[in-house]
Design a protein around this ligand. Structure first.
Ligand SMILES: Nc1ncnc2c1ncn2[C@@H]1O[C@H](COP(=O)(O)OP(=O)(O)OP(=O)(O)O)[C@@H](O)[C@H]1O
Ligand SMILES: [Mg+2]
Length: 487
């Protein structure tokens, strides 16, 4: 099988997202699609997968032109895409979510479907329980279900848009192992990513996009500097480390206990000071997210006390935490962080400190425009959040935060961001730290944790490490602790 995209054009208003792109994908190979935020990666892949129509150009499969006008037509051609954000129904079980995506042939026979699901999961070495509730799963596990769903639809060209953001190192290696198996069977795998290490690890060929055009194609083994140069047209500066945290107490946890299904964190005591950054390492399902949500009042704790700047907030709601200066940035951008269908102005309105009874749209539009500028978001006040590129959605989430939070709790703050944007985000976060904000963040990227944290907590199967000083540990030790060694 050979898939050719010829002279593809697609614009959104004045933005040329695909500007005459020409790319070929061959059977049994794993491709990487690289490019900075807004380069046009998702657009091109959505055109191939039928989520967007092309304005000009052709798609050829095995030398024959095909018309792909909808995701269903793409699936008929064997092309399926895993979107940048998981698309599933949280209140349902894994099996129901799987069945929902299938056609009638599957729906009649739950047993058969369950067996197939289990077999595929085993083949790919994914650990899935068909009866688990989707809600209880991590982003990584939800992704695995979606992949298996696409395979059940007969997909031979599997497109993955930023699949490794928000998943743990072990989930990533299991995903990659699965993808290699699929390529070995003759499938085409296309990985959209910002992570050069992932591309280097997995791909045989890389296509770099810049401003809607192909900036270059490179075969493995890859030279990192060359890829970065193709992406940005230059080499971006590297980050500098930080030192911080000696101010007043911001967050105090004493004998903190929180539990949810299989995860239980007990008897944790911790103090976080102004300007301090604490990185939370661990896998999905290790309790790090539950812990973070407990610190925000998003989940009730079972025992213990939480104090924020000296005020006892045990058992209080997120609203109360928020009014005292806590802000939480979730990983699932379009489900928990923003609202599909609403534009940027409307989002900024919703976060206003003291909302007025009558909305002044002109003023709100101006305010939105200034936030958009301050946070380098590529979009207008009228842009709906779901049409922003992934990186710009992340910037928007940050722009929606209050200006001077005392405590910032973030899940995967640079998920989906290119190197330049990730640096930009951390610069913004560090500015806040210098002004006294304390930060707790989850990341599956150990380098990110090592680089930005003053202190690190490692979560592994409901166990938590002691508070580690960053300068006294290293990524290797963290990886071992995540695996349960030396906790
Ligand atoms: N539905 C849309 N409406 C308006 N503009 C859009 C839409 N989809 C994409 N764009 C714009 O087209 C450009 C390319 O976006 P695209 O999502 O393809 O980028 P990307 O390379 O995937 O970026 P990222 O790494 O941030 O995910 C961006 O400027 C984006 O804002
Ligand atoms: Mg994208």
């Amino acid at each position: 099988m050979k898939v050719e995209l010829r002279d593809i054009y697609k614009s959104f208003g004045p933005v040329r997202a695909s500007d005459g792109l020409r790319v070929t994908f061959e059977s049994g190979r794993i491709y990487g699609l690289l490019g900075e935020n807004g380069a046009g990666k998702t657009t091109l892949m959505k055109i191939l997968a039928g989520f967007l129509s092309l304005e000009a150009g052709e798609i050829l499969i095995a030398g024959r032109p095909v018309r792909i006008k909808s995701p269903a037509q793409a699936l008929d051609q064997g092309i399926g895409m895993l979107q940048q954000d998981p698309f599933d129904f949280l209140p349902f079980t894994v099996l129901d979510n799987f069945l929902l995506g299938r056609n009638a042939g599957w729906r009649i026979n739950r047993k058969k479907a369950k067996l197939w699901l289990k077999e595929q999961a085993e083949f790919l070495h994914f650990q899935l329980n068909p009866n688990a509730l989707e809600r209880s799963l991590s982003v990584g596990e939800r992704q695995q279900i979606e992949i298996i769903g696409l395979l059940a639809s007969g997909v031979k060209v599997l497109i993955l848009d930023e699949p490794t953001t928000g998943i743990s190192a072990s989930q990533k290696s299991s995903l990659f192992a699965g993808l290699r198996l699929l390529a070995g069977q003759g499938n085409i795998i296309i990985l959209v990513s910002h992570k050069l290490a992932d591309i280097q690890d997995l791909c045989q060929q890389v296509i770099v996009l810049r401003q809607g055009r192909v900036a270059g194609e490179v075969q493995a083994p890859f030279d990192t500097d060359k890829l970065v140069q193709l992406m940005f047209g230059r080499l971006p500066e590297m980050q500098t480390g930080k030192k911080g945290g000696s101010g007043a107490l911001v967050l105090e946890l004493s004998n903190f206990c929180i539990e949810e299904q299989r995860i239980c964190i007990s008897n944790l005591s911790l103090s976080v000071r102004q300007g301090e950054v604490i990185g939370l390492a661990g896998t999905g399902g290790s309790g790090r997210r539950l812990f973070l949500q407990g610190c925000a009042g998003l989940r009730k704790i079972r025992e213990g006390k939480i104090r924020l700047c000296g005020t006892d907030l045990t058992g209080q709601s997120y609203q109360r935490f928020r009014s005292l200066g806590t802000a939480y940035v979730p990983a699932a951008r379009l489900e928990e962080g923003m609202i599909r269908g609403l534009n940027l102005t409307e989002h900024f309105l919703l976060t206003e400190e003291d909302p007025h009874f009558v909305i002044d749209w002109v003023k709100s539009g101006t305010r939105a425009a200034s936030r958009i500028q301050a946070f380098n978001i590529i979009g207008t006040p009228e842009t709906r959040v779901e049409s922003l590129s992934g990186g710009n959605q992340q910037r928007t989430l940050l722009a929606l935060l209050p200006d001077h939070p005392v405590l910032l709790l973030l899940e995967h703050p640079t998920r989906g961001l290119d190197i330049d944007s990730a640096k930009w985000v951390w610069d913004k976060l560090m500015t806040r730290c210098e002004q006294g904000t304390a930060i707790l963040f989850i990341s599956s990227d150990l380098d990110e944790i090592m680089e930005h944290s003053d202190l690190i907590l490692v979560f592994s199967g409901s166990q938590i490490s002691r508070l580690l000083k960053t300068e006294e540990t290293n990524a290797q030790q963290l990886a071992e602790m995540i695996g349960g060694k030396g906790l």
